[in-house]
Design a protein around this ligand. Structure first.
Ligand SMILES: [Zn+2]
Ligand SMILES: [Zn+2]
Length: 179
């Protein structure tokens, strides 16, 4: 289905979920791993990311996760704080075959700020649409990976089919043992 958001908003939310999940899983430690992730997701301005950029980015993860888990009003306040602290300058750009879209900072801004501001900009759309509940964590409590629920009625519960079937199997086993 088509969500009422620009494509790049959904991509940003899925990118930050991959960033936080990867960091939590210990897959993101080095600057190279951060550069690779950004390249995979097409997050711009990361090809020269240094160790300091990586450290600053890891430093923003608790805030991003808190925004992900927050209620709507809290998410709004957090997004505003990011805009203030990063001195955001929203402007429209068209580049690399991408049609007009919003950038929050000018080129050359620190990567960690760019990630935080893009996150906050994505939350602007979710807050306005009262749709922050699409930012979820996997229903399998051994997993808890972040994922963006694209389903029409916001009914998705698991990060992957693996977690879904593992949980179904466990539920089936507990039902059959109880019987
Ligand atoms: Zn762009
Ligand atoms: Zn999961």
């Amino acid at each position: 289905m088509t969500l009422p958001y620009p494509h790049e908003v959904v991509r940003t939310l899925e990118f930050i979920a991959a960033l936080c999940n990867g960091r939590r899983a210990g897959e993101l430690e080095s600057a190279a791993s951060l550069r690779r992730l950004c390249a995979e997701w097409g997050f711009p301005g990361a090809s020269g990311a240094s160790r300091a950029d990586a450290a600053a980015t890891w430093g923003r993860i608790p805030l991003i996760e808190a925004m992900w888990d927050a209620e709507r009003d809290t998410a709004a306040a957090m997004a505003n704080r990011v805009f203030r602290e990063s001195d955001a300058r929203p402007h429209l750009v068209r580049h690399d075959g991408l049609d007009w879209h919003l950038h929050g900072l000018f080129a050359g801004a620190p990567l960690a700020d760019a990630i935080a501001v893009d996150t906050a900009m994505a939350f602007v759309d979710l807050v306005r649409a009262d749709d922050t509940a699409r930012c979820k964590r996997c229903g399998d409590d051994r997993c808890e990976r972040m994922f963006f629920d694209r389903s029409r009625n916001r009914s998705r519960r698991f990060c992957s089919t693996t977690c879904q079937s593992r949980t179904n199997v466990a539920a089936f086993r507990s039902r059959t043992t109880a019987a």
